[in-house]
Design a protein around this ligand. Structure first.
Ligand SMILES: [Zn+2]
Ligand SMILES: [Zn+2]
Length: 244
């Protein structure tokens, strides 16, 4: 008897013969869904040694768990993992998803996050995509962090029941942080998030926040602070790419 899986496989195979799959980055034809080898090779995975708190990759193993910055000015989240370094290749993929409506990138980015951040995805009581301010969400039509969170959870085989986009909201619309200093970013993000659920849900919980890029971590730190103020025991972050 033919199972559902083999039907799906057959339909996909026929589909691939009519419209062969392409690398979503360079449009080169590929044999199965995903990126071509050349584009993969240009992504730089962050592997240990890396800072356990902010995910920054270390150039050499000095036998320390945290980077100098996390030792002197720690963010409000306890752990952080980034799948890859932010370079021309990862930037292209992320900008495609963020501003180009390239939703075909999502499963690939989700798999990368699941590969590197499986421990964080499996340890979390709740998984929260970093929210956009509603005005930005409205103008973009979607939140890339929501899509990444769903894709990473699916790739890691985590129950969708722990997906909680309703725990916090962004209550302050902040302008682009690109040109701001680290200190200004922190200042700018102060009070940017608000807890929207009853504190009982958050109290004592281990929460994982998902976002696309970590630059200084000011937004993620602000969201973590909000969850900690609500009684969260542990807050971790998982992102696609880490700047620096
Ligand atoms: Zn390619
Ligand atoms: Zn660090």
């Amino acid at each position: 008897m033919t199972s559902m899986m083999s039907w799906q496989y057959m339909i996909r195979s026929i589909g691939n013969m009519i419209i062969p799959p392409q690398c979503p980055s360079c449009h080169e034809l590929v044999s199965s869904d995903g990126m071509c080898g050349e584009c993969w090779a240009r992504l730089k995975t962050i592997t240990p040694p890396a800072c356990v708190q902010c995910g920054r990759g270390f150039d050499f193993d000095a036998g320390v768990a945290r980077c100098g910055r996390c030792l002197t000015q720690p963010p409000d989240f306890d752990r952080g993992i980034a799948a890859v370094r932010y370079n021309a290749m990862s930037k292209r993929l992320i900008l495609g998803l963020k501003y180009g409506g390239r939703h075909d990138m999502t499963p690939i980015l989700g798999r990368m996050m699941a590969n590197q951040g499986a421990s964080l995805l499996h340890q979390a009581d709740w998984i929260v995509p970093l929210p956009l301010h509603w005005t930005r969400h409205y103008s973009r039509g979607y939140n890339q962090s929501t899509e990444l969170a769903r894709a990473a959870m699916k790739a890691a085989g985590v129950s969708p029941k722990i997906y909680r986009p309703d725990l916090i909201k962004r209550s302050k619309r902040t302008e682009n942080q690109g040109h701001k200093t680290r200190q200004q970013r922190r200042q700018n993000m102060r009070g940017a998030f608000r807890l929207c659920k009853n504190k009982d849900v958050v109290k004592g919980a281990s929460i994982l926040i998902i976002d696309d890029v970590l630059t200084t971590g000011a937004s993620l730190s602000s969201a973590a602070r909000c969850l900690k103020a609500g009684g969260a025991k542990h807050v971790a972050v998982l992102v696609v790419a880490r700047v620096g």
